[in-house]
Each structure stands twice: as C-alpha cells, then as structure tokens.
Ligand binder design. Sequence first.
Ligand code: NDP
Ligand code: 8X3
Length: 249
Amino acid sequence: MKETALITGATSGIGEATAYEFAKQGIHLVLCGRRLERLNTIKAALNRLTKVHILNFDIRDKEETLIAIKSLPKEFKCIDILINNAGNAHGLDPIEDGSIDDWDAMMDINVKGLLYVSKAIIPQMTKRKSGHIINIGSSAGKEVYPKGNVYCASKHAVLALTEGMRIDLNPYGIKVGAVSPGLVETEFSKVRFKGDAKADLAYQGYKALEAKDIAEIIYFVVSRPYHVNIADLLVFPTAQANSVTLKKL
Ligand code: NDP
Ligand code: 8X3
C-alpha cells in the first residue's frame, strides 16, 4: 500500500515543490493551504501521478483546522507522513518598531498553527505506533539576526517543539525531525515585505536555494530505512555562510 503525506502550505514554495516531488514517487497527498484556486490547480497537475485530496483552511484557526482534518475521506484518513511547512516571516523591523499584527501572525501561524495540525494528526500515529513528522525549521531557528527577532523566535520554537515531539513520541516508534533551510527563493520575501520592492532584492546578486532543492532533501529524509531518523538538517545556499554572511557577486 502507498503511503499518504499531509503537507501544509502546499500552495507555493517549499510545500508545493514537496508535493511535486512526493507525487513523482507515487506518495498519496493531502495538500493544505488557504488559496483554493492554487490547490485545485496543483491537484489537477498531480492527479496524473498520484491520488490527491485538498484541504482548504487557515492553520491559525484551531476549529477550522481540526474540522478540516477530521473531514478527510476514508482513503486519505491514515496520514503516514506529516510535513509541517506552512509559515512565513511578516516584517523585518527592529523590536522597538515591530508591528503587533506581524508578531501575532508569526506566532499564530509558525508555532500555534503547527501545533494545531500536529494535535489533529498525532493521535492516529500513536494509535498505529507509526508515522513520520517533519517540521520545516530555518537557519533562523538556530541563530538570531538583526531585525529577525520574532520570526527567529518562532523558528527557535519550531526546533524546540521538534525535539519535544521526538522525545515524547519515541515510545511509539514515530520519527520526528526538522529540515532547516537558509535562503530559499519563494514567495517568502513577498510575504515578509508585503509586496514592497525590497522583496525583489532579497534574492539578487547570488544564487539562492530553490524550493525544489529543499523538496528533494525532504524526500531523502522520508525515504530512509525505518531505523534511520534524520533529526535536523541545516542547508544553506553555497553563497551563504550564516544568517548574516552572504557572498554577493
Ligand atoms: P511561501 O510563502 O512560498 O509559502 C508559504 C506557505 O505557507 C504557502 O503555501 C501558504 O499558503 C502557507 N501559509 C501561510 N500562512 C498560512 C495560514 N495561515 N494557513 C495555512 N497556510 C498558510 O514560503 P516558503 O515556501 O519559503 O515557506 C515554507 C516554510 O519554509 C515556512 O515555514 C518558512 O518559514 C520556511 N523557510 C523558508 C525559507 C526561505 O528562505 N524561503 C528559509 C527557511 C525556512 P496560503 O497562503 O495559500 O495559505
Ligand atoms: C528564512 C530564512 O534568513 O530569511 O527562514 O530567516 S531567513
């Protein structure tokens, strides 16, 4: 029987690329996101390769999240692989100028949303004593950079939760790990800078990672034999040495 993966944030960037990568491998997919039109387009493209079901909800809303996951039809109910990917940075401001709405968005989506989705899926994994959870962290979860304050805090929380999940789910044989990228060229900067021209500059003058690079790594992580659990994988573009060191042309 084919495995089923639920991917949050599958409408763009790393989540969408992971959906394509998994579909190539025949993994059945539950794709989640707020932009329904994109979910429909991706489903239409991937249906030729694998079975796809879409769930359209906002992970900030705990009721909506729990109801959406409960609504899964029988053939998609058993989730073998959970990719907690949905998330974004909102703003890049020194702490004294930060917007409370941006702070709420980052903590509500990157941390609490990840918890709501996990809460909806983990009980079936503990019951079956099997499953694999991958949380998409960030280099920002390992080091704090100027003006990164709350985004970095949210990603530090993702890595702490990854460790906590791995410890608590160890008795059930459930694998838990994180993939922590540096700069990846996606819609991430458009969201961070709210469409401002700064977004276009974020990936100029060097070769950033592509979403596909991370998707291939995620597939590598899920395709290891059962006794191998990749706990955390930090990946930078070659031009980037850490959060503040970037070799531009
Ligand atoms: P994108 O902006 O391209 O994708 C973000 C995804 O998250 C979208 O599919 C979006 O879907 C979804 N999402 C955002 N908010 C919500 C919400 N409230 N409810 C449901 N889904 C939501 O960015 P990336 O692909 O780059 O980001 C994916 C993950 O990778 C994030 O966790 C990010 O922090 C992390 N990351 C990104 C890096 C980068 O440089 N790009 C580097 C390190 C980590 P929709 O809007 O349709 O709901
Ligand atoms: C995204 C990478 O450096 O913009 O997590 O925080 S960074």
